[in-house]
Design a protein around this ligand. Structure first.
Ligand SMILES: Nc1ncnc2c1ncn2[C@@H]1O[C@H](COP(=O)(O)OP(=O)(O)OP(=O)(O)O)[C@@H](O)[C@H]1O
Ligand SMILES: [Mg+2]
Length: 256
């Protein structure tokens, strides 16, 4: 049975797309078949981490939602593009379903909307037809219909927050929703923590606030920022503290 993992945050810019892509890459490095779907239809971006540009995305999640193609026709194998030609073990691959970055497509979604139920059908079809071990869903920040759907169907929900009072408040809302929707495995990941912070004290503080496990605390890192989402950090820097923290997240996902 494939595991569906949603990566979410209440506020924007917390690191969802970077963390989704890195988690996917480490799972593929272990020989897993991993799907990644960009459900951030309003402001897509994760395709950049996998080295895809607009011209190459001849089909996208939008085309599937508009009944122009099947979901697997919008799935691109991207393993060979990342980590300077990373070779995954046999079977290990990442299939990315990008959202369209074309202005006309984004405005059409805003204008006309789409049937959110189709997303669920698409996720299931993708898992079955591509024989996936994991499906990673990168989401739009805040709460909207796609988010509620992806949260409701997830085996694992990871909520990202920065050590910031605005994030703390927003995370309470998302945790509340996740509990109402009975998500079986809920973890928090703290990203962009200043290295001068006491990580253990921060972990205890956040776990006490939400009564929820903190899967990892990722440091605010100049090295991550310098890569500018142009590749998968954990493949480029396997021994970096950021990578070790992402490995903890991956270990928890595998263990559930
Ligand atoms: N630990 C980190 N240290 C430094 N920079 C980071 C870290 N994590 C992410 N970033 C940077 O923060 C920016 C936002 O990251 P990302 O796009 O992954 O966030 P997001 O939550 O997906 O954003 P959005 O809500 O807009 O989709 C990127 O420039 C990324 O390189
Ligand atoms: Mg994003």
């Amino acid at each position: 049975m494939a595991k569906i993992v949603s990566i979410h945050s209440f506020r924007g810019g917390t690191g969802k797309s970077n963390i989704s892509a890195n988690v996917a890459a480490l799972l593929a490095k272990d020989g897993n078949r991993v799907g990644v779907v960009d459900t951030d239809i309003n402001s897509p971006g994760i395709h950049v981490l996998f080295g895809m540009d607009e011209e190459e995305m001849t089909t996208s999640l939008n085309d599937y939602l508009w009944d122009k193609c099947s979901i697997e026709e919008a799935a691109y194998p991207v393993g060979a593009r990342i980590g300077k030609g990373e070779v995954f073990p046999i079977g290990g691959e990442i299939y990315l379903v990008p959202s369209s970055i074309r202005a006309g497509d984004i405005t059409r979604v805003l204008r006309e909307g789409y049937d959110v139920g189709l997303l669920n059908d698409g996720f299931n079809a993708l898992i079955e037809r591509l024989k996936l071990d994991y499906l990673i869903i990168d989401t739009h920040p805040g709460l909207n219909e796609e988010t509620l759907l992806s949260v409701a169907i997830s085996d694992v929900l990871i909520i990202i927050l920065r050590p910031d009072q605005q994030d703390f408040q927003g995370t309470a809302v998302t945790v509340d929703v996740a509990r109402k929707l009975d998500v079986p495995n809920l973890f928090l990941v703290i990203n962009k923590a200043l290295t001068s912070y006491d990580f253990e004290a921060l972990r205890k503080q956040v776990e006490a606030i939400y009564n929820c496990k903190v899967a990892a605390i990722l440091p605010l890192s100049e090295d991550v920022a310098r890569l500018q989402s142009s590749d998968i950090f954990t493949l480029r820097y396997p021994d970096h503290p950021f990578t070790r923290s992402i490995q903890n997240v991956v270990a928890l996902i595998k263990a559930v």
